[in-house]
Design a protein around this ligand. Structure first.
Ligand code: NA7
Length: 550
């Protein structure tokens, strides 16, 4: 726990606390992460009978599970916050520019308790199946804990980066040491002291964990398959004056976030192309942003993610920084990415490159000499064997579709969602899928989700779903379902818009390339939040165009 602690006040909400779970619910929400929490709040305020089921024993979603050393948000805390309650914004105070996992958990719990939401969440309860009963026009949801819920609406708040990419290495069972997944970190923590530790992966999770584990372990070996770009976070405590200033200016910050492609009001977006600037101007601009730290580096120019030559200017700047920081030139070379900057999500670090200057840290390039198998004492690559006591798998997630496909979801005529999506997800606006009436996906595939400050995308989706449910209720209809043509056009549009970006060509989790056998499809919507919001609003204005309401 951090010492930022925050508030004692409670606000009142309009809902009643009675909730008879044996009756048909108005809505069943799967997941008590940030999406599920806000969805619950909104539907209770509509006076609906709602139940949330959550696999973990606490709220927070992916933050609940990702308690690995160094876990932190890479969006600034002051805007990685719900914006729906003015009181909450004033009441809560973050301690640092970028929050730790522990502080984010504290915040999630604070929100849940402030608004009296906890009684409506059943913990340690994993959704196993959700089947649509066409005759009753109800969803039937079964859980691993043996519950059966019936609900009019089935709302999937299952998260975008929540289904862990588990190791499939040959010989995993033969490894005699301990092994851990960053995405399922044990609550009691891990004692690395004096141990020979290996970490597989160099995405955000590993980049955050590496410097912290390096300080504790006897020796740390980082197994890197693909070098990625990392920008220093420059994390620091937030000063009282800065906090007061931000709190006084939240309306302006949210207004800026609403206009921003990525839903961030703090990031200063460049206004011209990198190639329009002179080399000296670029050097100055990149240096300014490197010194400030954070994701703003990638927003220095308008064309970094659309023009290869522009991208190269930013990439070269980072590579020069790596050479400057990392003392051993061979290590610096291996750490220097060959991929397009930003095509895999850029990392934000606190001492990542510096960690490789430590005597107890080594880098192994498993891109050129792949891991062959795990053996009793460690990892065997095509180049040799590495003796380890502990292995940390920081291998990412089955992004956007993994958590949904993990549940046996069946719509009309028993159609399985995972069969329908075998060649890639098909959604209308990332909110709904044809054949699955009254089911909504919060930040689902085909919506901006992971290409935005996900808190802004969550709030937008939850507000949209709430309005939609209100509309259905008021119109005395019982079903809403995406129509085939609208879904087809949207799915094609998501792909078409992505094609214009440099991210499209790169092997990343954005296209499902990290999961063996996953169909290569660009998963999030890359047209930006403002365009996306306008489209969603337009659909509503035209009487839920593209949906069948019956
Ligand atoms: P990422 O960004 O998907 O990173 C996973 C890392 O694991 C990445 O470096 C992968 O290398 C590596 N990986 C995956 N499978 C293997 C195998 N089989 N062998 C070696 N290395 C492997 O996941 P994170 O959890 O770090 O971050 C995910 C997001 O969470 C992040 O973007 C933030 O938004 C929060 P690869 O690049 O595929 O070669």
């Amino acid at each position: 726990m951090t010492t930022s602690a925050h508030s004692t006040s409670t606000f009142t909400t309009a809902h009643s606390k009675d909730n008879n779970h044996s009756d048909t619910l108005d809505a069943l929400i799967v997941g008590a992460g940030f999406a599920g929490i806000y969805m619950l709040y909104k539907l209770l305020n509509l006076g609906l009978k709602v139940q949330v089921i959550e696999e973990g024993s606490g709220v927070g979603g992916t933050w609940y599970w990702n308690r690995y050393p160094g876990a932190r948000c890479d969006v600034e805390s002051m805007e990685y916050s719900y914006s729906f309650s003015k009181e909450l914004l004033q009441d809560w105070t973050w301690s640092h520019r970028y929050s730790t996992q522990a502080e984010i958990m504290e915040y999630a719990n604070h929100v849940v308790d402030t608004f009296g939401l906890r009684p409506y969440i059943k913990f340690n309860t994993k959704a196993r199946s959700a089947h649509y009963d066409e005759a009753r026009k109800e969803w039937e949801i079964k859980t691993d804990a043996g519950d059966l819920y019936r609900a009019h609406y089935n709302i999937m708040a299952t998260g975008t980066l929540s289904s862990v990419n588990r190791p499939r290495f040959e010989g995993l069972d033969s490894f005699k040491g301990e092994w851990y997944l960053t995405g399922r970190w044990p609550k009691e923590g891990v004692d690395f002291s004096g141990k020979r530790v290996g970490i597989i992966g160099t995405g955000s999770s590993a980049v955050q964990a590496t410097p912290v584990i390096a300080e504790q372990a006897g020796h740390l070996t980082v197994f890197q398959r693909t070098a990625n770009y990392s920008i220093p976070a420059r994390n620091e405590p937030l000063g009282a004056e800065e906090i007061d200033d931000i709190k006084a200016n939240y309306p302006g910050i949210w207004a800026r976030a609403t206009k921003s492609r990525v839903g961030m009001g703090f990031i200063e977006l460049g206004t011209k192309g990198a190639l329009e600037a002179t080399p000296e101007e670029r050097e100055l601009e990149f240096s300014k942003r490197w010194a400030k730290g954070g994701a703003g580096f990638g927003a220095a120019y308008t064309d970094i993610l659309s023009n290869e030559a522009a991208n190269e200017t930013a990439a070269e700047y980072v590579k020069a920084k790596i050479r400057e920081i990392v003392r051993d030139p061979i290590t610096a070379k291996i750490l220097s990415p060959e991929i397009t900057l930003g095509c895999k999500r850029m990392c934000i670090d606190s001492g990542y490159y510096e960690a490789f200057n430590r005597d107890n840290v080594d880098l192994v390039d498993v891109g050129s000499a792949p891991i062959q198998r795990l053996v009793a004492d460690g990892i065997q690559t095509t180049d040799g064997e590495y003796q380890l006591d502990i292995i940390v798998f920081a291998m990412g997630f089955d992004a956007l579709t993994g958590a949904l496909n993990a549940i046996d979801i069946r719509g009309r005529s028993g159609m399985a969602l995972r069969d329908k999506w075998a060649d890639g997800p098909r959604t209308y606006l990332g909110l709904a899928s044809e054949g699955f009436p009254n089911m909504f996906t919060i930040t689902g595939p085909g919506s901006p989700s992971v290409l935005s400050n996900v808190l802004r995308s969550i709030e937008h989706h939850v507000d949209w779903i709430t309005d939609c449910i209100t509309f259905i209720k008021n119109s005395e209809c019982s079903e809403i379902e995406a129509n085939f043509t609208a879904e087809d056009e949207w799915t094609q549009h998501v792909e078409d818009v992505a094609k214009d970006t440099l991210r499209y060509k790169c092997d990343s989790w954005y296209v499902g390339a990290n999961i063996p056998g996953k169909k290569r499809v660009f998963l999030p919507y890359s047209g930006g939040l403002p365009v996306y919001r306008e489209k969603c609003q337009d659909v509503v204005s035209k009487g839920y165009e593209g949906f069948v309401v019956s």
